[in-house]
Ligand binder design. Structure first.
Ligand SMILES: C[S@@+](CC[C@H](N)C(=O)[O-])C[C@H]1O[C@@H](n2cnc3c(N)ncnc32)[C@H](O)[C@@H]1O
Length: 232
């Protein structure tokens, strides 16, 4: 297996074929792994006039949906991947200034935007692929007191193995832009582990909810939905 430097864009292929034929702003917003049904953006609370950040936005489909269908002030679609940033800019750059496409590591962005956001969210995004002991305190710091963090993450590994009972990442399969196989780190944690690290990071009012997988297909998965409030 080829090992590559951490600067290689391991998200080059993600969503690329869809971007070639589906340029529409989505009508619906799904938290589920299947991207089909379940609760929608109402979990983010009242967004009227809100400053919102999507952490690990990918092609920014969720952010584009919010920018178009909700009365928020601004949504920043933050993603570290040059390929995802380019895709998001191409697909939804025209939604500026309501949608801002930001190419940046989420932790660095959050550290530079202290006390800025009313709501932060992640749909299998940066929260899954970044050490939670770095990302979650940075998210708390970037929220206004009482601000909300909502994210969806895997309730278990793809394939069915249980989530981790501690804050440890797994090496999962990834592909370089040239197609070579490699790995990247993903945090698949049990509910109580997320709750503990959120509490230690400055959040309160933590609630969790599991959305069952709609099918038994090999790559289907249950979704763990987590909501938390920045401690005042
Ligand atoms: C599985 S994709 C999900 C994208 C999008 N949320 C969606 O639902 O389609 C994960 C995304 O998180 C981004 N990401 C991972 N770690 C990140 C970090 N530390 N900072 C910014 N983006 C990150 C990746 O570049 C990738 O685009």
């Amino acid at each position: 297996m080829l090992r590559v430097s951490t600067t290689t864009d391991l998200w080059y292929h993600y969503g690329r074929s869809r971007a070639g034929h589906d340029r529409a702003v989505p009508e619906t917003f799904s938290w589920a792994w299947s991207q089909d049904g379940g609760p929608g953006p109402e979990l983010l609370g009242d967004l009227a006039g809100a400053a919102v950040g999507d952490l690990g936005a990918g092609a920014a489909r969720h952010a584009a949906c919010l920018a178009t269908h909700r009365l928020l002030a601004r949504v920043d679609a933050v993603d570290a991947s040059p390929a995802q940033h380019a895709m998001a800019t191409d697909l939804f750059g025209h939604l500026a200034p309501r949608l801002r496409v930001v190419r940046r590591d989420a932790v660095r962005h959050l550290l530079d935007t202290a006390g800025t956001y009313d709501v932060l969210y992640s749909v299998f995004g940066a929260v899954d692929f970044t050490d939670p002991r770095e990302l979650l305190p940075a998210a708390a710091g970037a929220l206004r007191p009482g601000g909300r963090l909502v994210f969806s993450t895997l309730a278990h590994y793809l394939g069915g193995a249980p989530a981790e009972p501690d804050v440890v990442p797994a090496e999962i399969a990834a592909r370089t832009p040239g197609g070579e196989t490699t790995t990247m780190r993903r945090w698949v944690l049990q509910e109580h582990v997320w709750t503990k690290v959120l509490d230690e990071s400055g959040f309160t009012g933590i609630s969790t909810n599991t959305l069952p997988s709609p099918t038994d297909a090999p790559h289907s998965a249950a979704t763990l939905l987590i909501r938390a409030v920045r401690r005042a």
